[in-house]
Design a protein around this ligand. Structure first.
Ligand code: ZN
Length: 185
């Protein structure tokens, strides 16, 4: 990321929306925005297939679930945040991954310009490619600032997306078990 260039563009943007980019409160804003973009869009530089180590499964054949994974992403249509929780589950075959890697995967795909549908599918597809498990289920529930602050101005609308592979598609009971286990409370 070219920080200097981003700072220039943000300064120009401030002027274009009618601000005085030189006033005290805004003088450091371009620098702060550029710095925050490093975090918000840091997922482009990370290849999940390189970062995630796969282990041999020693006979565990039930569902593994990571729930309530908080994430912060940015919608690609408005460059406004969408914020929510991800629920990731899989049934292993020969391979498993470290438990902390499930939230890590969500982190990598959320730190980009995204749409919720794609992000959901990318997480499921990556686990599927890495582990060749018997099935994967991913559910994401999020609130979109672009819906809250502009457009339809719907304050309490939560968007839910899901992506399933393998047994989560073929077997109604597996999917129902997953959906039941991720219910809050
Ligand atoms: Zn949007």
């Amino acid at each position: 990321m070219d920080n200097e260039k981003i700072e220039e563009v943000v300064q120009e943007l401030l002027e274009l929306i009618g601000e005085d980019a030189g006033r005290e409160g805004l003088i450091d804003t371009p620098r702060r925005v550029a710095k925050s973009y490093k975090k918000l869009f840091g997922g482009y530089d990370e290849d999940p297939k390189k970062l995630i180590t796969v282990f041999d499964n020693e006979g565990y054949d039930e569902m593994i679930i990571a729930k309530d994974i908080d994430f912060y992403s940015t919608c690609e249509h408005h460059m406004l945040p969408f914020i929510g929780k991800a629920y990731v589950g899989y049934i292993p075959d020969d391979k498993i991954i470290g438990l902390s890697k499930l939230p890590r995967l969500v982190e990598i795909f959320s730190r980009r310009l995204q749409n919720q549908e794609r992000m959901t599918k990318q997480i499921a597809d990556t686990i599927n490619d890495l582990l060749k498990p018997r099935g994967v289920g991913v559910v994401i529930k999020a609130e979109h600032l672009c819906m809250k602050a502009r457009g339809v101005e719907k304050q309490n609308c939560e968007i839910s997306t899901s992506s399933f592979t393998g047994l989560f598609i073929k077997n109604q009971n597996t999917r129902a078990e997953f959906l039941n286990l991720i219910k809050s409370g």
